[in-house]
Design a protein around this ligand. Structure first.
Ligand code: CMX
Length: 437
């Protein structure tokens, strides 16, 4: 058994009694109360999901296994000659909570290489779809098409379900699936946008490096990919993609069904698709000005026009965060330290939006958080490196998001979390509770 799986087994065995004790001895302890506004308003702030993989503080932002973004990048083993860590080492850390050594990381790198081969029928399926199909639809379809490969589903169908060991099948499915995602994503990209010229996987490269070369990109796009996938991986459990993946998995659906469902949620414009929206919004705006960076006055006008026409400013606001998203900051720092990007007109525009949009959103008075989120900054980096097909951006988000949600559903199985089933009530009941009727 691999070091990762063995370490994970040990962690799971240590963790199970904690959940058993909380459930059996302290199950009545209240974590909060649910108001009518929360029931109507998308369950904001209702504490009813559990995960140890990441935690999102409204002011500080995300911590992965207790580590901030800079701490995560600092702690994990780096790819030789690169500034960013192996995605495989990050997967090890999300699953176990331990920072792996270089040796442990490289073991995962080698393991993932063996799992990379995508079944031929997946490419056949992708090729049958009309080429103008949205890449997120293609991505989700490719994932769910591979459901027949599920170790968990096969084992279950053969009557071998065992609640104590079924995490192992979820782990195997998750590793098999995750290792294939860069191949599928890059295939979609090259098929759809680059004249149908897919580039095969290179067995010498890690997750991020192989993705970059399959995209047809030179260095430092490999580091861009590693940074991007890690930053987008996890944002605790309540966001649409993470929650959907968890919810579907709770019905004992396998990793393929669950991730495909989560990816469909990520495809919504209020969630992952916002990174595409940011680029389309900024590009249209720059086109109108003949490619020029606008003056602040012109920019303010454009933001007000967007708001007055009833649309949201994409890349701004957040359901939990109340400060600038550190994932935004991390990408901004990448731009500032990369020669060429720092003075790139689109980056200048994105920076100018950062200067003016928060005040306007505050004056507008609706958004609880006027600060930028991850999506406000990610597209500009892709654009700079020539990935200008912005409807592909959410697929990149999806590859990253898979790391977090697959780690989560592996733990869901390990801790035996039950099928999710919150209770609904009627409007009459709320009115009665409010004393209106
Ligand atoms: N521009 C204009 N209005 C905004 C806004 C924005 N960026 N952000 C929030 N608002 C509005 C909401 O639409 C809502 O209006 P109504 O009362 O008319 O419905 C009001 O402000 C209150 O919303 P909120 O409580 O501040 O925000 P929510 O938790 O409901 O929604 C989010 C959060 C992210 C969906 C919202 O801020 C938004 O639509 N942002 C733009 C899209 C975006 O960037 N999404 C990506 C988020 C990160 C990710 O998941 O990838």
């Amino acid at each position: 058994m691999s070091t990762l799986k063995e370490t994970l087994r040990k962690k799971i065995e240590e963790h199970r009694p904690r959940i058993a004790q909380l459930t059996k001895e302290h199950g009545d302890v209240k974590l909060g109360e649910v108001t009518i506004a929360q029931a109507i308003g998308g369950a904001r702030g209702v504490k009813c999901l559990v995960t140890d993989i990441s935690y999102l503080d409204p002011m500080e932002g995300i911590r992965f296994r207790g580590k901030t973004i800079p701490e995560t990048f600092e702690a994990l083993p780096k790819v030789p000659g690169s500034d960013y860590p192996y995605v495989e080492g990050f997967w090890y850390m999300l699953l176990t909570g331990d920072v792996p050594t270089m040796e442990q990381t490289l073991e995962v790198v080698e393991d993932f290489k063996k799992r990379r081969q995508v079944p031929e029928y997946v490419f056949d399926l992708l090729r049958t779809l009309p080429r103008d199909t949205h890449p997120m639809t293609m991505f989700s379809a490719a994932i769910v098409a591979m459901q027949r490969e599920s170790v968990f589903a096969r084992n279950y169908a053969e009557g071998n379900f065992n609640k104590m060991t079924c995490w192992e099948e979820m782990y195997e499915d998750s590793c098999n699936l995750l290792a294939k995602l860069p191949v599928i994503a890059a295939y979609i990209y090259r098929m759809k946008y680059k004249g149908d010229t897919p580039i095969g996987s290179d067995a010498n490269l890690d997750f991020g490096g192989d993705f970059a070369q399959m995209m047809g990109q030179e260095k430092p796009y490999d580091d861009v990919a590693r940074m991007y996938f890690i930053l987008h991986s996890d944002h605790e459990s309540g966001n649409v993609s993470a929650h959907t993946t968890h919810l579907v998995a709770s019905a004992l659906s396998d990793a393929y069904y669950s991730l495909s469902a989560g990816i469909n949620g990520l495809a919504g414009p209020l969630h992952g698709l916002a990174n595409q929206e940011v680029l389309s919004w900024t590009q249209h705006f720059m086109e109108k000005l003949g490619g020029e960076v606008p003056t602040k006055e012109k920019l303010k006008e454009a933001i007000w026009d967007t708001l007055n026409s009833g649309q949201v400013v994409p890349g701004y606001g957040h359901a939990v965060l109340r400060k600038t998203d550190p994932r935004y900051t991390s990408q901004r720092e990448f731009c500032l330290k990369t020669p060429g990007l720092k003075d790139y007109p689109l980056f200048k525009l994105v920076s100018m939006i950062f200067e003016v949009a928060p005040d306007i959103l505050q004056e507008h008075g609706k958004a609880k958080n006027p600060w930028p989120n991850v999506d406000a900054q990610s597209g500009v980096i892709q654009w700079y490196y020539g990935v200008t097909e912005y409807d592909f951006y959410t697929v990149l988000f999806g590859v990253g998001r898979a790391i977090g949600v697959l780690a989560n559903i592996t733990w869901d199985r390990a801790l035996g979390y039950p099928i999710e089933r919150p209770k609904s009530i009627t409007t009459d009941m709320m009115e009665a509770a409010a004393g209106i009727k």
